[in-house]
Design a protein around this ligand. Structure first.
Ligand code: PLP
Length: 381
């Protein structure tokens, strides 16, 4: 198998699996229990909190553990707005992940006005529109850092400070960027930053929300007093420890140094081998592991099926939208030609991707596409 779907999820590191197995096997006490066994588990959670905080330049007490990126996003957006009833406007972008899109849509249904700032053909944010959209009545600005479909990176530090100047609370969806791009929340105007462990070789079902010191937040899940009353419920201890190990490894190793070079030569080789291939967002700053390539006139679903038969895992746009024939909202927002958008495949690499794997994909692609071209022209005739 050649796994090129790392923006959907990554393989947990062996050290993550070991830490989780040890936790499940041995350290099963409830971290809220006062006995020593419980307190040793509490101590492990606090160590993981330090590891996750260090990844983004935060203080440990600014980290709230959650069940993943989606919950962090919901908690930040709803939790912030609940304490801001005086302002009823949200500013976001047209290329957010569905976790942000859906909660913002819900809020729109509840009477908030929403401004979605667009992007250019390379996926770069319309900066003048972002500044104009941020009016004095804006409660919240929420913006994605690295796009999950194209890898395009927004200069969130700059956009956050524009937003904060007009008094908006800022949330950054850093689910795809954490670990790949250096993030220092201490020098950013963001009150909230969402993270998810399974995007950087940690486990699924665990994430974190950075909540800047002294930022008020209404919890979404109430119950016990866990996470300093910001997220009730007994902690997913093994997951949290796994996230800590993954964060530590991303911070200490610079695992992505080689990935960008591999991605660039992969794209060059695909463009050389397939005359109707287009790399979406290639002129914008991008995270180093993501390559969104549109094969003009060929259906992405058909390409994915043949890739899968050959043991190659990739995605059409976001994983959660594959299976639907609608072209991705991100490529639509970029104004990508429909024939290219319909054939767009996202190849996402990891630190474990090798040159030989990519060479095999490049070798296979022209043959696979030729088969599909024949099939689609005979279907037309
Ligand atoms: N935000 C972005 C940019 C993502 O790519 C994803 C997952 O694909 C999420 C949020 C949701 O994260 P999770 O899968 O941990 O809920």
């Amino acid at each position: 198998m050649i796994y090129l779907d790392n923006n959907a999820t990554t393989m947990p590191l062996p050290a993550v699996v070991d830490a989780m197995a040890a936790s499940l096997r041995n350290d099963y006490a409830n971290p809220s229990s006062v006995h020593q066994f419980g307190q040793s588990v509490r101590h492990s959670i606090e160590c993981a909190r330090e590891q996750v905080a260090s990844l983004i330049g935060a203080k440990p007490r600014e980290i709230v553990f959650t069940s993943g990126g989606t919950e962090s996003i919901n908690l930040a957006i709803r939790g912030a707005l609940a304490l801001r009833p005086d302002r009823r406007r949200i500013v976001t972008t047209s290329v957010e992940h569905s976790a942000v899109l859906r909660v913002v849509e819900q809020l729109e249904g509840e009477g908030y006005s929403v401004e979605r700032v667009g992007v250019d053909s390379q996926g770069r944010l319309d900066e003048p529109h972002w500044s104009e959209a941020l009016t004095e009545d804006t409660a919240l600005a929420t913006i994605i850092h690295a796009n999950n479909e194209t890898g395009v990176v927004f200069d969130v530090a700059r956009f956050a400070s524009v937003a904060e100047t007009c008094g908006a609370i800022v949330h950054i969806d850093a689910v795809q960027s954490a670990g790949k791009v250096s993030i220092d929340v201490s020098s950013m105007a963001a009150a909230f930053v969402s993270l998810s462990a399974h995007k950087f070789h940690g486990p699924k079902g665990v994430g974190a929300l950075y909540v800047r010191r002294r930022t008020r937040l209404a919890p979404l899940i109430v119950g016990g007093s866990q996470e300093s009353l910001r997220r009730g419920g007994t902690e997913h201890v093994a997951g949290i420890l796994g996230m800590g190990v993954a964060a530590e490894s991303m911070r200490s190793e610079d695992p992505y140094a080689e990935v960008g070079r591999l991605r660039d030569s992969f794209e060059e080789a695909v463009l050389g081998a397939v005359s109707f291939a287009h790399v979406n967002g290639c002129d914008a700053p991008r995270i180093c592991n993501t390559s969104n390539i549109g094969f003009e006139g060929i259906s992405a679903e058909a390409i994915l099926i043949l890739l899968s038969e050959a043991g190659i895992c990739a995605s059409a746009g976001a994983a959660c939208s594959s299976g639907s024939l609608e072209p991705s909202h991100v490529l639509k927002a970029m104004g990508i030609d429909e024939r290219v958008a319909h054939g767009a495949i996202r190849f996402s690499l990891s630190r474990f991707t090798t040159r030989s794997e990519l060479d095999q994909v490049v070798k296979l692609l022209p043959k696979l596409l030729a088969r599909l071209t024949v099939l689609s022209s005979s279907a037309r005739s």
